[in-house]
Design a protein around this ligand. Sequence first.
Ligand code: FPP
Length: 260
Amino acid sequence: MSGFLRKIFKNEEPQENNKKTPDVISGTLPVHIAIIMDGNGRWAKRRGLPRTAGHRAGMESLKRVIKSCTKWGIKYLTVYAFSTENWKRPQDEIDGLMNLLVEYITKELNEMHQNGVRVRAIGNIEALAQKARQSLEKAEKTTANNDKIYLQIAINYGGRNEIVNMVKSVLDDASQGIINGECIDEKLIAQYLYTSGIPDPDLLIRPSGELRLSNFLLWQSAYAELVFDNILWPDYCEQDLYRAICSFQKRSRRFGAVAD
Ligand code: FPP
């Protein structure tokens, strides 16, 4: 197919899958990568498939990315699987996503465990259906002693909701004398978030062409380096992640200070 036709039939754009990426990345690596796995619906629509087929293909991308991160020594990976706003979607899509989560854990837990992945769910997990909750609990329990890579699955997660919950818990503990109101600082607040104990993301990636955070890790992303990409999540491959890391490595991270 000519380059011109490829541009028209975007589905047929050449994949980067077979381009070589290094086994080891030299230089400073992001300790924590966060990803908004976006574009599943559009990927499915372009193929005349139901949206759930896009999510299923997105699940395969997630597996690839976990493998690449493990290989390159990325310590923390947080993925946005379902937001507090995603309940507005059609019920069959919500059910499809929850079933996929259960299926993913059922099928992948053993391998993740063997590969040293530690799973943690972040978000309002209590509000999920029992099956999804139990799967996540099982994954957390099974992998609790692993330390090769920390996989945080953000599910029924919203950054604002997280902040509201944090404020309530801080007030609660202050009123019971567990903490002293005068000791409230950024460090203490971080301890009351779902991500307590996890370093802030260094690199936040959003594929699919959208240029927003969509309520993801609002507090934690204060100094994350952002990489936006046009690739739809189901097409996301190791080469794309490698490019994002290379882009990260070119940034000058000053955290409000001045360069040396
Ligand atoms: C956003 O794309 C994606 C989601 C809301 C779901 C992400 C879920 C997965 C990748 C499934 C695998 C994950 C687990 C943990 C099993 P979108 O549907 O908004 O895409 P669109 O913007 O093209 O419509």
